[in-house]
Design a protein around this ligand. Structure first.
Ligand SMILES: [Zn+2]
Ligand SMILES: [Zn+2]
Length: 358
């Protein structure tokens, strides 16, 4: 005879394996009170029994409410406990899921591929692969005019873009050539701060339409997000009218901190750039700043974004410092308590944010 103590919520049962028919006799009272728990009128090989009467009395009421669980001998008991455990895990899982606050994280690299760069090779594969190792997607803001410049000699830029799109990353359009036609400055394109003018509507409309066509032909996919160059105003009425007319849906906006929807266009915050021209001495201070910003974002809402820039994201910029920095920051995000991190692109966010549309 073997006995095992099994914990149930309000009582302890001894499960006794009965090997001979007469072993059943002391427990005949049990049959009297609960005949329904014996299959075919006899007590099975393994029954739930209670050797002490008061405990048995208690258990009788337990049987009344759980009779089906006692009929099928040990298998039924196992099923009972599996169910109890399963339901408990489910309940715990639901509670846990409710406790975790979702936070959507976007990562963008601007200026793919920087023309004025001495850093070779021209690539962001290392950065993108590092992000992939954290299950993170990347938005690549591409200057379409680079497709007709040396950056795309032998079609290597197109090949790179297709490679990333195939793996679920997103391409946004980043202005047209990232250089002002009025003064030649590369820090703006259509809102000339040198001469305090806005470049002609026809020029901007023609160039942005052409850039979108080039980019979409290169990746074989609609490009729906637009990122202004440098100090250009993403909310300039002329630019907004043109990008809306061209079918863009998302505008990166460095002036807002939350997603916003106006006039059928969606405005997504750009996020800070922590690794611009980063040197070794700035590694730790910028990491601390980024961590503090993330903590703040979690406290305030459910969205966090940050930006990096080609060519700092290349493997050969300062011994891959931006790759190491970003990997350390993503590890911090991944292990952040009480949040469920979703690395997404702006295109992905369309679904999550759509209920907020007016
Ligand atoms: Zn200018
Ligand atoms: Zn740029």
């Amino acid at each position: 005879m073997t006995a095992t103590i099994v914990d149930v919520p309000f009582i302890k049962f001894s499960r006794i394996q009965l090997r001979k028919p007469w072993h059943h006799l002391p427990y005949q009272w049990f049959n009297t009170f609960a005949p329904f728990c014996c299959r075919n009128g006899i007590i099975g090989q393994n029954q739930l029994i209670v050797p002490v009467f008061p405990v048995g009395f208690y258990s009788f009421f337990f049987y009344l409410s759980h009779r089906n669980l006692l009929i099928g001998e040990e298998k039924a008991m196992n099923r009972l406990f599996m169910r109890v455990i399963g339901v408990s895990l489910l309940v715990c899982g639901v509670l846990r899921a409710q406790e975790l606050k979702p936070i959507y994280v976007t990562i963008r690299i601007d200026d793919i591929f920087l023309r004025e760069s001495p850093i070779i090779p021209q690539e962001v594969d290392g950065f993108v692969e590092m992000c992939e190792s954290h299950s993170a997607k990347v938005m690549l803001a591409v200057i379409p005019h680079r497709l007709v410049e040396d950056q795309n000699k032998n079609g290597e830029m197109v090949k790179a873009l297709k490679r990333f799109v195939k793996r679920g990353h997103m391409i946004a359009m980043h202005s047209y050539k990232h250089q002002c036609s009025q003064c030649g400055n590369t820090a703006h394109e259509y809102n000339c701060s040198t001469d305090s003018i806005t470049l002609p509507f026809e020029l901007e409309a023609r160039e942005l339409a052409e850039g979108k066509q080039w980019l979409e032909a290169a990746i074989g996919k609609v490009v729906a997000s637009y990122v202004c160059a440098g100090t250009d105003d993403p909310l300039h009425p002329q630019t907004l009218g043109i990008v809306k007319n061209l079918g863009f849906r998302w505008i990166a906006d460095n002036k807002i901190h939350l997603p916003d929807f106006r006039d059928t266009l969606s405005f997504a915050p750009s996020g800070a750039d922590y690794t611009w021209n980063i040197q070794d001495s700035a590694y730790t201070p910028m990491l601390e700043k980024a961590k503090a910003d993330f903590v703040n974002a979690v406290a305030k809402g459910n969205y966090f974004s940050f930006v990096a820039n080609d060519h700092f994201t290349r493997k050969n910029y300062n011994n891959g410092i931006v790759l190491k920095w970003t990997a350390e920051f993503l590890a911090f995000i991944d292990s952040f308590p009480h949040v469920a991190v979703h690395y997404v692109t702006i295109d992905d966010l369309k679904e999550e944010w759509s209920p907020q549309r007016p």
